[in-house]
Design a protein around this ligand. Sequence first.
Ligand code: CMP
Length: 139
Amino acid sequence: AQGQPCSLERVRKNSSTKKLINSALMNNDFLKRLEPQHMREVVECMYEQTYTQGQLVIKEGEPGNYLYVLAEGLLEVNQNEKLLGQMGPGTAFGELAILYNCKRTATVKAVSQARIWALDRQMFQNIMMATTQARNEKY
Ligand code: CMP
């Protein structure tokens, strides 16, 4: 609820993992505009998921509640059953539905087994609130 402190659950990561996630965020045209402090918290709070070969990570047209960074494996992006491209490790995706509250614009499928870092919408909002609160407390 509004006004309540929100906790940020960080997940321990080694420095090469943090670098991979950070550079994936910086390579994304939308996410690179996040404030550095928000960016750092997103890196800290992402948690690991695995997908099996053929599994859908994102389904076009559905509401989207997660932001992702691919760590390992290969993904395929389709729109209206048309192949848009493939994604390899170090790619951030799923940002559009999170940032703009729109339906998923494409389907993302694991071509191989994939290891993915994820962050849910609630956590994303908590990060935006917590760091903004911390900044406002200075005044
Ligand atoms: P989102 O719409 O939340 O969910 C599907 C994701 O696929 C989308 O965010 C982008 O991250 C990604 N995506 C959309 N269009 C393309 C494209 N043309 N090429 C690569 N990735 C895309």
